[in-house]
Design a protein around this ligand. Structure first.
Ligand code: MN
Length: 311
């Protein structure tokens, strides 16, 4: 028997990453290929809610990808991949982020589009393959779009996301505003987490010109739950930044209702953050009006600021 190909998303998996892995494995399996959905870590409460809601299986936990064949979804940089990916064979990538540092020895299919979610691209792939999207698959893909775009409100949202979401909602038989609100309330379930779990739950690591930068985001309808325990949250961030030797650890506490963010920062290199985001931190805190998207409104500006400081 030949070895399976694993479809896997990024570490600290979110709903788009998990639902994209499930949907793409399903599409490839329809062509009788041995493709298995996998995940790089524990499910967050929102994603658990989605899998329960649509009665979908939990993807297999892949803790070491060395020597495996992988399809990467929803990411394309080594700092975000499952352990061992440097020694795996990457056979395909489907993503909607900046092009990172993944290298392959053979030419592969690399589909990257500037849309609001990987689920949006996957819907297109089902159409291209003339495959019917079932109620369950529509529910999963819709969840990926609504989660990544904050129910089509994030500045990353494109017209295509809106059109696709409308269509998937019809197939799934839900009103996407109502269903989206249910999702957002799950996203906000942070009260029972420790500060460390909170700051690392939606977390990505970047290599900006040899500076290791961690960027976490907490999207919530109740930012006061996080900001009310700011001292312990900052302690947790300081610990992580020291342990992992980060240049900086930035946390965005995004208010989903007001559509802005409060940024908290830990680690030695705060200057490029202030420069990149055109802000000033007081007591490791600053307010970022209108900022909702890590990918679009934060990462490119920090990368540019760190590039201009040199390694
Ligand atoms: Mn995504």
């Amino acid at each position: 028997m030949s070895e399976p190909i694993y479809v896997v998303g990024h570490q600290q998996p979110d709903t788009d990453t998990i639902c994209s892995a499930l949907a793409y494995a399903r599409l490839r399996k329809n062509k009788s290929e041995d493709v298995v959905p996998a995940r790089a870590g524990a499910l967050n409460p929102e994603t658990q809610f989605v899998l329960d809601r649509w009665d979908a299986e939990v993807p297999l936990l892949l803790d070491d990808a060395a020597d495996e064949q992988l399809i990467l979804v929803d990411h394309n940089e080594y700092s975000q991949t499952v352990t061992g990916t440097e020694h795996a064979e990457i056979v395909e990538i489907i993503d909607h982020h900046r092009i990172g540092d993944i290298e392959t020895s053979e030419p592969i299919l690399f589909r990257n589009e500037p849309v609001g979610s990987t689920a949006t691209i996957l819907t297109q792939l089902f159409d291209d393959a003339n495959e019917t999207i079932t109620t369950q698959t529509a529910g999963l893909l819709l969840s990926g779009i609504l989660s990544d775009t904050v129910v089509l409100r994030s500045p990353t949202t494109t017209d295509r996301d809106r059109t696709v979401a409308g269509r998937l909602a019809d197939i799934a038989g839900v009103d996407y505003e109502t269903y989206g609100k249910d999702l957002l309330s799950q996203k906000s379930k942070i009260g029972e987490k420790s500060p460390r779990e909170m700051v690392l739950s939606d977390f990505k690591e970047f290599d900006f010109d040899a500076h290791q930068v961690g960027i976490g985001q907490i999207e919530t309808v109740e930012p006061s739950v996080v900001l009310g325990q700011q001292e312990t949250v900052l302690e947790a961030m300081d610990d992580v930044a020291t342990e992992r030797d980060y240049a900086v650890f930035l946390l965005l506490v995004t208010d989903l209702l007001e559509e802005d963010s409060t940024a908290l920062v830990a680690g030695p290199e705060i200057d490029p953050i202030e420069e990149g985001l055109d802000t000033t931190f007081t007591d490791q805190e600053s307010f970022l009006p209108g900022v909702m998207s890590r990918k679009k409104q934060v990462v490119p500006f920090l990368e540019e600021a760190f590039n201009s400081t040199g390694p």
